[in-house]
Structures are given as C-alpha cells and as structure tokens.
Design a protein around this ligand. Structure first.
Ligand code: ZN
Ligand code: ZN
Length: 204
C-alpha cells in the first residue's frame, strides 16, 4: 500500500510539487498596483495570461515584474505586442495621474521588446490604447505595432492615430508630461464622441 502511494506521488509530480515559484503580490517590493480595482479577475484573459494560466500565450522577457509582454494573437503588423500590468487595472479611460509611472514603464517595455526583436526604427512604431467601448478586454493594455508603415488596411483603421477609438503616443505623452491630469481630461477634445458607427474592435 505504501509503495502504491509513493508510485502515485511520483507519477504526479506537478500536483504534488510546490509549483513554480511566483512571488505573492504582497511580497513585491512596490506592493503592487492597488490601482482601480486591482488584483486578479479569473474571468479576464489578460489576468490569466499574466499568471501563466494560458499555455497558448508565451510571455516575452520583460524588465519589470509588475508588467508582462506577449504577442497579440491576431497581429496587425509584423511586430505586434501587448504590454499589460500583472494586476487587473481598468481600461485607459480610468487612467489617473497616479498611473503615470506604470504607463511610462509600459511604453519603455514596448520600446525594449521591439529592440530585442531587432526592430530599431522607433519613428516607425504605432503605440496606443483602445478607447472604450472599442475593445473587448477591459484590462489595461498597450498595443505596440511596427513597422507602422506596413499596417494593412484593416489595421490602419483599427490602430488609427488618435482616432476616437485608438489613443496614440502624442496624446499619451502629453498626458505623461502634464502631471496632475487624468488621461480623460487631456484627451477630451479628441474623445468627446460617444460610440460611433464604425463597429467594434476586439482584441487581442
Ligand atoms: Zn484582468
Ligand atoms: Zn486593444
């Protein structure tokens, strides 16, 4: 009987083992981003990806432990990455000045992943956030696409510069430099249109 038990344990090392060493959120040096409703949402695909619970999505190297980076499953360009906070944070409409540091890091990760993948012309890059409600995933995510000059017709539409459904770096950078505003305020002149008729963008 004891032998059988040992054999069973040996046959299921993953179930019996301690599992991969993942630091608990409260053990992180910065205490994690409490943010807007932070934490983990098991129904959110980006929360699951960030915790390596989606075997189909490989995480790329990322210099910050509170962020993850992976390829978009429906790439709109030869390079198409998503940069996502590990903690569940709401979409870009909810970004406030206290989120500036994390967004700066997201942009930095976006540039680094391009360079790591041998794409160095940072002038030919499209980065931005989908403005709600034009995205099916509410978890904050930065799209990083390159080369911008090679976006297909549909991608040019979906990831259009500062359209009212995709907010890109000029406005995000303005927001980052202003300090003290919510992104919603800075982007208001462009994003006052509600809804629209072009349809619905789902991502990834
Ligand atoms: Zn999430
Ligand atoms: Zn999106």
């Amino acid at each position: 009987m004891a032998g059988e038990e040992a054999a069973a344990a040996a046959a299921a090392p993953e179930a019996a083992g301690p599992g991969p060493a993942q630091p608990p959120a409260e053990a992180r040096p910065d205490g994690g981003e409490a943010g807007n409703g932070g934490g983990y949402d098991g129904k959110c695909v980006f929360c699951r990806i960030a915790r390596r619970e989606e075997p189909g999505t490989a995480l790329l190297p990322c210099e910050y432990e509170d962020l993850v980076c992976f390829r978009d499953i429906r790439p709109g360009a030869p390079h198409h990455y998503l940069v996502v906070p590990v903690e569940h944070m709401g979409n870009c409409k909810t970004l406030k000045k206290e989120h500036i540091p994390v967004v700066k890091k997201m942009v930095e990760v976006g540039k680094t992943v391009l360079q790591r993948n041998n794409f160095s012309d940072l002038n030919d890059v499209r980065m931005g956030f989908h403005w709600p409600p034009f995205c099916s995933i509410s978890h904050l995510h930065l799209h990083v696409l390159a080369p911008a000059s090679q976006l297909g017709f549909l991608s040019r539409l979906i990831y259009r510069i500062n359209s009212y459904w995709f907010i890109t770096m000029p406005i995000v950078e303005e927001w980052l430099s202003e300090k003290g505003h919510d992104l919603l305020e800075v982007s208001n002149p462009v994003f006052t249109m509600e809804g629209g008729s072009h349809g619905y963008v789902s991502c990834p």
